[in-house]
Structures are given as structure tokens and as C-alpha cells.
Design a protein around this ligand. Structure first.
Ligand code: ATP
Ligand code: MG
Length: 394
């Protein structure tokens, strides 16, 4: 019998972040999918074997949880290049979109087919039977509406199959995904947990635990501000906004193109230009080092002002707040602008994370801590009395 493997998956609007097992494997895949045909053209079979599977995800997904079943998709980087690519739109519900499920299943399947996991899962005739213990999350808004319940039972209730089509290394392999347990956490709460709990389930940051704090998560398409009080998220106070950095990054890319005639491949290239240690805010134009500071400054300052206004409004309604933590990819991009604004305006007690691993992987890390903690307690209960295992699962 194979044991369930731990998976902590943050399905972000911009990208999926996932941690597996004993944190022995991680994946970060752009949240982009595109419908496709069975036989996508590739240039030579050799190329197919040399390429990284993550850059060529081409799958058919079969699951009763999907609205459109048995459809073929390109996923992640491969989908980015399609002209019919779809990204999640800001007003949509993560719990009700096929796209979230496609991303989730693709991510799990990529972990399951890796040769390294063959001892975890049973494999017969190119079919891997994979069982997971999943920790994931939904925006607070959706949890408030009770959408986590249906989302969870859809996942638990059936077997979900991912078939790799024209994907490097894995062509022809199928993965049957089952869940032993699925935990759906509210995103804001998860961020708090990551701040106060270590990987062994112990409380760190003791002086933070009982404070009233804000966590402003600036993502690709959305910004969420969670209010934490009495060790819990205050549902009524938390706010979500359809404001993220993707649009600004796109605007910078467009202006660099029109002004300097330089075509950047992706938003990620823009991020590199504005965050790199050396020669920040400079690009090469026909071999000459050229500043794009005027462009990035104007667009990012504008966004930072909007984010700051949201902070101010939420802080006003929660005047006893002691500190606000900025997290998410957007916090990395806007850090200096937000700090400067804050210094000349309200002077709130705000904090950023130095490390992109902490800032961007905040949710995935939190789900990982929560689901391993759940697993530990469950195993402990089972060891004491096997009959109690069922009860402990509750
Ligand atoms: N290392 C990095 N440094 C700075 N910015 C980054 C980095 N990685 C990604 N970004 C940018 O930050 C933005 C938000 O990334 P993040 O992963 O926080 O969003 P998300 O969680 O997927 O989206 P959402 O929170 O809206 O669901 C993206 O537009 C991305 O381009
Ligand atoms: Mg996010």
C-alpha cells in the first residue's frame, strides 16, 4: 500500500507555487492554460526528450470535478506562447473555475510522475496511482461565502486523471490522482500562520501572536488585506481588491517597446530589470546602456499610491493595529516606493521580507506547515489508538 504524499499548493492568479513530500520537491508554474489538439506539432523527437517537462506541459484531464471534462490543454510556459491562452480574470472565483483545477491537477501529476517518487506511488503500465494529502487555500472572500466546502468535496469525492500527451520525458504516462484528505485554508490566515509557526508546528515570534496585525498581499491580479486579531482572521474586516502588479508590469513593457524599440519577452523580464542588484532600471538599446528609470518610476509610484490608499483605509478602520506586513510578488516590486511614500506620509509601522522565497512563497509555505502539522497530529492519534484514526481526521 502506498502512503499519501504531502502536497501544499498555492494556486496564485499569476503562478502556482507547490511544495511536496519532505519539502524534497517544489514547482512554480505560470497560471496560464490554452485548449489544444491532441497532436501539437513539435520540432523533432530529440528536442522533446531534452526539454524540461515543466516547459512543455501538454495534457488531457479527466475529472468529474471539471465543467469541461476530457479536454486537452497546454499549461504554463507552453500555453503562454499560444494565441488562445487564458489567464484568470480578477473578478472570477478560484473555487469555481476549471482553470484552478487544471493547474492543480497538472502540478500534482508532474510531481507524481517523477522517477524519484516511484517508491511512494504504485506504477503499472505507464499509469501512476498517486494519493495525496493536500493543503491549499482560497481567498477569504470565497471561504466567507462557504465555497471551500464544495471545492473540497469535489476533490475528495473522485479520482482525477492527467494524461501526458506531447510532453517531454512523460509522453504517454497517466496519473490517477486521489486524495486522502484535503484542507482548504483561507489565504490571509495562512499568511499569519507562516509568520508565527515553524515547520515543526511550534510557535515562533511569540510577541506577534497576540497582536493585531495586517497582512497586505500584493499579487499579480489581486491585493488582499487580512486583519488578524485574537489569533484569527477577522472575516468582516478583511478586504480584497482587484488590483495587482501584472497590469503595471505590462504597461512598463509596452512603454519600453514604444519608446526604445526593445521587445521584452515577458513580465518576468520587467521584474528582473526593476529588482536586479546591478544596473537596476537599465536596459541595452542597440548595444548602449540606457536608463528606463523614468518609465518604471512613474508607473510603479502610481501603483504604490493606490496600494497605500488601501492600506490607509483599512488601518483607519482598525486603528489598534500594531504592524502591517507586505507580502507577495507585488511587495518585492513596490517595496522602495511604499517605504518612501510611508516616510513622507503617515509613517505606519510597516515591514517587508528581504527574501523572495519568503515573500512570494508565503502561502505555499503556510499550507505546507499546516498540512504537515495536521499529518503529524493524525499519525500520533493513530499510533495511540488505530481506531481513533478516523476521528482524528475530522
Ligand atoms: N522574484 C520576484 N520578484 C519580484 N516580483 C516578482 C517575482 N516573482 C514574481 N514577481 C511578480 O510579482 C507578481 C505577483 O506574484 P505572486 O506570485 O505574488 O502572485 P500570485 O500569488 O500568483 O497572484 P494573486 O495573489 O493575485 O493570486 C507577478 O506579476 C510577478 O511577475
Ligand atoms: Mg498570491
Amino acid at each position: 500500500m502506498s502512503k499519501a504524499r504531502i502536497a501544499a499548493v498555492d494556486v496564485g492568479n499569476d503562478s502556482v507555487k507547490a511544495l511536496f513530500g519532505k519539502s524534497d520537491y517544489e514547482l512554480n508554474i505560470p497560471n496560464v492554460i490554452a485548449r489544444d489538439r491532441e497532436d501539437r506539432p513539435v520540432i523533432g523527437i530529440e528536442e522533446l526528450n531534452e526539454k524540461d517537462p515543466v516547459d512543455g506541459i501538454h495534457i488531457r484531464v479527466h475529472s468529474p470535478a471539471l465543467q469541461d471534462n476530457n479536454v486537452i490543454y497546454r499549461v504554463g510556459n507552453l500555453a503562454t506562447k499560444s494565441d488562445n491562452a487564458t489567464e484568470l480574470d480578477p473578478g472570477s472565483s478560484k473555487s469555481e473555475e476549471d482553470q484552478s483545477l487544471i493547474m492543480l491537477f497538472a502540478t500534482l501529476a508532474l510531481d507524481a510522475v517523477r522517477a524519484e517518487n516511484s517508491s511512494d506511488f504504485k506504477k503499472t503500465n505507464n499509469i501512476v496511482d498517486a494519493t495525496y494529502l493536500l493543503g491549499t487555500g482560497l481567498p477569504l472572500r470565497e471561504v466567507k461565502e462557504g465555497k471551500d466546502v464544495g471545492f473540497r468535496s469535489q476533490l475528495l469525492g473522485s479520482v482525477h486523471q492527467v494524461e501526458f500527451l506531447v510532453t517531454p520525458k512523460y509522453q504517454g504516462q497517466k496519473v490517477n490522482i486521489k486524495f486522502d484528505e484535503v484542507k482548504v485554508y483561507p489565504e490571509g490566515f495562512a499568511a499569519f500562520i507562516n509568520l508565527v509557526m515553524d515547520n515543526d508546528g511550534r510557535i515562533i515570534n511569540r510577541d506577534l501572536v497576540d497582536k493585531q496585525i495586517l497582512i497586505q498581499d500584493i499579487g499579480g491580479l489581486s491585493t488582499d488585506i487580512a486583519v488578524i486579531r485574537n489569533r484569527n482572521v477577522d472575516d468582516d474586516k478583511a478586504q480584497g481588491f482587484n488590483l495587482g502588479v501584472s497590469e503595471s508590469l505590462e504597461a512598463i513593457r509596452e512603454e519600453i517597446r514604444t519608446k526604445h524599440g526593445v521587445e521584452l519577452d515577458s513580465r518576468r523580464d520587467v521584474v528582473d530589470i526593476i529588482t536586479k542588484k546591478n544596473d537596476r532600471n537599465h536596459i541595452m538599446v542597440k548595444g548602449s546602456r540606457t536608463s528606463v528609470h523614468d518609465i518604471t518610476d512613474r508607473i510603479l509610484l502610481d501603483l504604490a499610491k493606490k496600494e497605500y490608499r488601501h492600506l490607509r483605509n483599512v488601518w483607519k478602520k482598525n486603528s489598534q493595529t500594531e504592524i502591517c506586513y507586505f507580502v507577495g510578488g507585488g511587495a518585492m516590486v513596490l517595496k522602495e516606493y511604499l517605504k518612501t511614500l510611508n516616510n513622507s506620509l503617515d509613517g505606519y509601522n510597516i515591514e517587508f521580507f528581504e527574501d523572495e522565497k519568503e515573500s512570494i512563497w508565503m502561502m505555499a509555505n503556510a499550507y505546507y506547515k499546516l498540512i504537515t502539522d495536521f499529518d503529524r497530529k493524525n499519525n500520533k492519534a493513530a499510533a495511540q489508538d488505530p481506531k481513533e484514526k478516523k476521528a482524528a481526521v475530522k
